[in-house]
Design a protein around this ligand. Structure first.
Ligand SMILES: [Zn+2]
Length: 231
C-alpha cells in the first residue's frame, strides 16, 4: 500500500513538471524573438493559449513587470479582429498579455478602412505574423443584422453584415430565432471579412502572398471557451 502511494506521488510530481500549467516566457518579446516567428508558429501559440484558457490554467499575467518591460517598444505576434462583446475577452481567451497581440474590436467583427489601416500598420511596420478575424457564438450584432434592425449609427454597421445573412441558404426563416441559421451567418461573416481584407487591402494581400503573414478566420464558443479556426 505504501509503495502504491509513493508511485502515485511520483506520477503527480512528473505531471506537474511535464504537463503542468506553468508557461515560461520572456516578459517582452524582442526583435530577434519576433523575427524567429512564423504565421504557423503564432497560430500554434494561440491554439495552445486557448487550450490553457479552456482548462482555466491561464499563465500569471505579471502585469507590473510586463508593463515595465514594454516601455521600450513592442514586438507583438498577431492582430485579432474581434466583436466588442463583453463575454469575449480576447487576450484572456488566448492567454496573452501586455505586448503580445494587437486587438481591434467592432460589433460584428467587420472590416472597415480604420481597421484595415490598423492591420496594415501592425503587419507592415510592427511585424505581426498572423491576422485572426474572430466571430463568436450568439453575436448580438449578427442577430441584429439577421433581423435587419434599425438603430441610429448601428444601422449602417449592420448593413455590412447583411451580405453574410443573404449568402446563407437552406433555412426557412432567416431570422435570429433560428440558432443554427445565426451560427451559419456568424461563420459566413467571418469568412467574408477574411476575403474582404485580401480584396480591399493591397498591403495585406501582398504580405500574405510573400508568405510574411497569414489571415485566418475563427469562431469562439461562449459555452466552452474554445476557438475553432475556420478554413
Ligand atoms: Zn458580437
Amino acid at each position: 500500500m505504501k509503495q502504491k502511494l509513493s508511485i502515485v506521488a511520483v506520477c503527480a510530481v512528473f505531471f506537474l513538471a511535464v504537463g503542468g500549467t506553468t508557461v515560461v516566457r520572456a516578459l517582452q518579446p524582442d526583435k530577434a524573438a519576433q523575427d524567429a516567428l512564423t504565421a504557423d508558429s503564432v497560430l500554434k501559440d494561440l491554439k495552445e493559449g486557448n487550450k490553457r484558457y479552456q482548462e482555466a490554467k491561464n499563465s500569471d499575467l505579471e502585469i507590473e513587470a510586463r508593463r515595465k518591460a514594454a516601455q521600450g517598444g513592442q514586438f507583438p505576434k498577431a492582430y485579432v479582429l474581434s466583436c466588442v462583446d463583453s463575454r469575449v475577452p480576447v487576450e484572456t481567451v488566448f492567454d496573452q498579455s501586455i505586448g503580445d497581440i494587437f486587438v481591434g474590436r467592432v460589433a460584428g467583427n467587420v472590416e472597415n478602412e480604420d481597421q484595415m489601416g490598423s492591420m496594415e500598420y501592425a503587419a507592415a511596420v510592427a511585424g505581426i505574423k498572423l491576422i485572426v478575424v474572430m466571430g463568436h457564438e450568439a453575436c448580438g450584432a449578427v442577430k441584429g443584422a439577421c433581423d435587419d434592425v434599425k438603430l441610429g449609427n448601428l444601422s449602417a454597421l449592420l448593413q455590412k453584415i447583411r451580405p453574410a445573412v443573404r449568402s446563407v441558404d437552406g433555412y426557412k426563416s432567416k431570422d435570429s430565432k433560428d440558432k443554427d441559421f445565426v451560427v451559419s451567418v456568424i461563420k459566413n461573416n467571418v469568412k467574408k471579412t477574411v476575403s474582404d481584407l485580401r480584396e480591399r487591402s493591397e498591403v495585406l494581400a501582398g504580405l500574405e502572398e510573400e508568405g510574411k503573414i497569414k489571415i485566418v478566420g475563427a469562431y469562439y464558443s461562449l459555452k466552452d471557451g474554445s476557438v475553432t479556426f475556420l478554413d
